[in-house]
Design a protein around this ligand. Structure first.
Ligand SMILES: [Zn+2]
Ligand SMILES: [Zn+2]
Length: 456
């Protein structure tokens, strides 16, 4: 009896799934997948958001109305053109064939990584753009990537362009486009011409999931055409696209930290940008500045950023005269921050970092006493070097990118009292699409200079 009831539930859930997944063209990539979904339907699938992974357990059974969430991302790969629509033509090179060839390699690589891949076409046939979009929408693909080649009357033009619909901010298309562009440029060495948010294509505009269209190169450029038709270069393109997709679903983690503030204009500018992008960061505050700009300090807390203590007065010699002088200054700053913001700070950052030329005789004693009191300190392992005088604004971005060294976990040092830092912040954030920005909290494993992996 119980078994029969279970069977009814399974069949009902399966019917719901299938009714939702009927496709005009190529359906699931592997023949076994419908059966796998049938089995999945009888399990409760718990999504563990903190780990970004899904796990399953055998019991209990879902209610009849529940459709289990997908466990693996579904990527829709759209090889542009096909059949009697060739795309651009250069001699005997037809765009549709290059697109299909790259799309096939992307599919194979993604499947090897465990993704589910659906193609708009897997052979040389004509598929209307409306059909492509309908197919992706009806299976609720997680992302959509369209692959094309470019052409120009100016034969010297070369490089890569990625397009997305910037008018739709509900979808995460911009991050997808930035990642595909960044990673493909990295793997091919091609010029990253532009990531354009003004796409007016059906495939980027009418899809319901994050979508972008990549023009991987110019068939009109003789040198680039030679590369684009080679297996070796197509593999480089494909591995870039796949790496971009990997970071889209599994981003690395960056903790943005701002020291020395608050300051009236510079901190406000930074807070405006963070708010617009819905990014939370961490501010290590200076007590004196909190007294000067209490409203800004309160705004930092009110907008969900986390607060740590930097010091009360930013005076290296006074601070590091002795462990006592450090702790006295720290507790003073902590009191001020609490009175102004209501935050009982536990995190702190040493002015100059935990080990510096001013504190080599006292740092061990300070760390020991502060740890005893329950405080947690954070150094950094990447920096935009904005505290270095006379640095060109664009150099700050280059510093940030070069010091992250591709690490999975980055604590990035910046200063919200520096004018240029606010000026380049948007561009800096765009340089890190492979990172998810999070605020520090006491439960984040700290980075300390004394551990060898950090940069001083
Ligand atoms: Zn095309
Ligand atoms: Zn400082």
């Amino acid at each position: 009896m119980a078994f029969a009831a279970v069977l009814v539930v399974c069949v009902a859930v399966l019917a719901l799934i299938l009714s939702d997944k009927v496709l005009p063209i190529e359906v699931w990539a592997t023949p076994g997948s419908v059966r796998e979904r049938e089995e999945e339907a009888c399990e409760v699938i718990e999504i563990d958001l903190s780990e970004n992974t899904a796990r399953t357990s055998q019991e209990p059974h879902p209610k009849q109305t529940e459709i289990p969430p997908k466990t693996t991302p579904v990527v829709f790969i759209d090889a542009g053109h096909g059949g009697n629509d060739g795309g651009c033509l250069e001699g005997d090179i037809i765009e549709k064939n290059v697109n299909l060839s790259i799309a096939g390699i992307v599919k194979d690589n993604l499947e090897r990584l465990g993704y589910e891949v659906v193609m708009s076409r897997s052979e040389d046939i004509y598929v209307a753009k409306e059909e492509r979009v309908k197919a992706a929408n009806s299976i609720r693909a997680d992302i959509y990537i369209s692959i094309h080649q470019n052409s120009s009357e100016v034969q010297s033009v070369n490089g890569m362009e990625v397009w997305y619909d910037g008018t739709d901010t509900q979808r995460d298309s911009r991050r997808l486009a930035l990642l595909v562009s960044q990673q493909t440029a990295k793997s091919t060495g091609a010029v990253e011409r532009e990531v354009r948010g003004d796409a007016d294509f059906h495939v980027t505009g009418s899809t319901q999931m994050p979508a972008c269209l990549i023009e991987t190169g110019f068939l009109s450029n003789r040198e680039e055409r030679r590369k684009l038709v080679s297996q070796e270069y197509q593999e480089k393109i494909a591995s870039g696209i796949v790496q971009g997709i990997e970071y889209y679903f599994h981003p690395k983690t960056m903790y943005l930290t701002f020291d020395d503030g608050p300051s009236a204009e510079n901190t406000s500018r930074i807070l405006d940008i963070l708010k617009k992008r819905d990014i939370k960061a961490t501010f290590f505050l200076v007590g004196e500045n909190v007294e000067k700009y209490p409203d800004i300090a309160r705004r930092i807390a009110a907008e969900g950023h986390t607060i740590g203590i930097h010091c009360y007065a930013h005076d290296y010699e006074g601070l590091y005269r002795s462990a006592e002088s450090y702790i006295e200054d720290f507790e003073h700053a902590r009191r001020v921050v609490y009175e102004v913001t209501g935050v009982k700070a536990v995190m702190f950052r040493f002015p100059g970092g935990s080990i510096n030329s001013y504190n080599d005789k006292v740092y061990a004693e300070i760390i020991s006493e502060m740890t005893k009191r329950g405080y947690v300190y954070y150094d950094w392992n990447a920096s935009i070097e904005d505290a270095v005088a006379d640095t060109e604004p664009m150099q700050l971005i280059a510093n940030g990118v070069s010091t992250t060294l591709g690490r999975k976990k980055v604590i990035l040092l910046a200063h919200d009292v520096v004018y240029d830092t606010g000026m380049i912040l948007e561009e800096l954030l765009d340089s890190f699409p492979e990172y998810e920005m999070r605020p520090l909290s006491e439960d984040v494993e700290p980075i300390h200079f004394k551990d060898s992996s950090a940069i001083g």
